[in-house]
Design a protein around this ligand. Structure first.
Ligand SMILES: NC(=O)c1ccc[n+]([C@@H]2O[C@H](COP(=O)([O-])OP(=O)(O)OC[C@H]3O[C@@H](n4cnc5c(N)ncnc54)[C@H](OP(=O)(O)O)[C@@H]3O)[C@@H](O)[C@H]2O)c1
Length: 405
């Protein structure tokens, strides 16, 4: 038995675990930008606990949490788990290679995608409320190590979902984290229904491409916001009825500290932006705002939601400390809804829609395993659309990015 499997192929010895594997590793002494922080190393292959599975990673999906993990900001991942190293990656497709002795629903050889929520499985919250409420709830590949930027990953068996047959390995690896998050936000938290007008920030980004498709599937009206004309065709092809380029509103972003002049300019831009939005809603204010940008857009989101409207938020790329005029919230009785990933049931339901061809992955760029850190650097610089995929044991992807070649 060799020590490390060659990359880019499915080993013939199904179920045989080699001693070591290649992995992109972050260590506490080199946190920083992805290309400094993430290094390709040879590390031991993990063993499964009784309810775990070891999956041969065919494809891995790039997410913003890999950038946070590399930077060690806003929180170092080493404060979230006790492993000496961190293997990032919260999306994967692969083949079940070994299962723990309590696992009944999956067997070696099953082709799977992986949802990224882990919880204890034993507490009342897991068994009656929602595993997302478990005190031990963690995002695999971010708050835990052994993520998907490695030849093998260790997951709880409840994270496994059937891989849609019509998708290739990289498409299958690309959608879980952002799609299941957007699904919970819109379907369960904001309870979007047919006819709702939904403002989607970052509509060409990882979450946004699914938010647009979900709204369209539900019969709602997604109004997409993007940063650049080159993204308009993509979001329209996904079902956005209208698309607004935020670059046409240079004063719109909230960047504290703010002078009175700057605040006045921002409020004027905000009203002008709102007028553009209402051109696509028969003059109505939006029922729901899909938020993840955070500090720079949040005051606009609260301002633009209709009376009794909802702002559903799962992230804050531009800053976590949110400021807004609270009068717009209470006088108009709006709701702010926090949302975080999804539980296994929601992930299963959402995955079924991919099996049925009702929701499609949007894989914009693919990279060979060697370019994992580079792909994260692109994401950190917002130089991507939709999702990026990494070929691990899947046949090496021809990079679609000229600079990466
Ligand atoms: N809690 C959870 O479960 C969860 C799950 C997934 C993601 N998240 C978080 O959600 C955020 C977005 O994730 P993602 O995967 O969609 O990232 P992404 O692919 O980078 O997309 C985010 C989009 O936000 C837009 N954006 C960036 N700066 C902006 C600004 N100043 N104003 C308006 N739009 C701006 C960009 O689009 P344009 O430049 O085209 O406008 C970008 O495409 C991240 O912070 C991530 O950590 C949280």
């Amino acid at each position: 038995m060799s020590d490390v499997f060659p990359l880019g192929e499915v080993p013939k010895s199904l179920g045989e675990i080699p001693k070591r594997m290649l992995a992109w590793v972050i260590r506490p002494d080199r946190e920083g930008d992805p290309e400094k922080s993430m290094k390709l190393e040879e590390v031991p292959v993990p063993q499964p606990g009784p309810n775990d599975a070891i999956v041969l990673v065919m494809g891995a999906g790039v997410n913003f949490n890999g950038v946070w993990a590399a930077r060690g900001k806003p929180v170092s991942v080493f404060k979230m788990h006790n492993e000496p190293m961190h293997i990032a990656g919260s999306d994967a497709s692969g083949i079940v290679w070994k299962v723990g002795d309590q696992v009944r629903r999956w067997k070696v050889g099953d082709e799977v995608v992986i949802h990224c929520n882990q919880s204890c499985g034993q507490c009342p919250e897991c068994n009656g409320l929602d595993p997302m409420a478990c005190s031990e709830q963690k995002i695999w590949g971010y708050e835990t190590s052994w993520g998907s930027f490695a030849q093998f990953t260790k997951v709880q068996a409840q994270q496994l979902l059937k891989k849609p047959k019509q998708l290739d390995w990289l498409q299958a690896a690309s959608y879980g984290l952002t799609y299941f998050t957007a699904y919970r936000m819109l379907v369960h938290q904001a309870e979007v229904t047919a006819g709702d007008n939904v403002l989607v920030w970052g509509a060409a980004g990882g979450l946004g491409v699914f938010a647009v498709q979900i709204c369209r599937m539900l019969g709602a009206n997604p109004i997409a916001v993007v940063g650049g004309k080159d993204k308009v065709d993509l979001v329209k092809s996904l079902g956005a009825s209208a698309c607004i380029d935020r670059n046409d509103y240079p004063d719109l972003m909230y960047k504290p500290p703010e002078t009175p002049e700057r605040q006045k300019a921002r409020m004027e831009a905000c009203k002008r932006f709102g007028k553009s939005v209402r051109e696509f809603t028969s003059g109505k204010d939006v029922d729901v705002v899909f938020e993840h940008v955070g500090q720079q857009t949040f005051p606009t989101s609260v301002f633009l939601a209709k009376k009794f409207g909802k702002i559903v938020i799962c992230g804050a790329t531009t800053g976590f400390n949110l400021e807004f005029d609270v009068r717009h919230l209470w006088m108009r009785q709006k709701q702010i809804l926090g949302s975080h990933f999804a539980n296994a049931y929601q992930a299963e339901r959402a995955n079924q829609l991919v099996h049925e061809g009702k929701i499609h992955p949007v894989l914009d760029q693919v990279f060979p395993f060697e370019k994992t850190a580079y792909a994260h650097a692109l994401m950190a610089a917002n130089k991507h659309k939709g999702k990026m995929g990494i070929a691990v044991q899947a046949a090496a992807a021809q990079s679609t990015d000229a600079q990466a070649a």
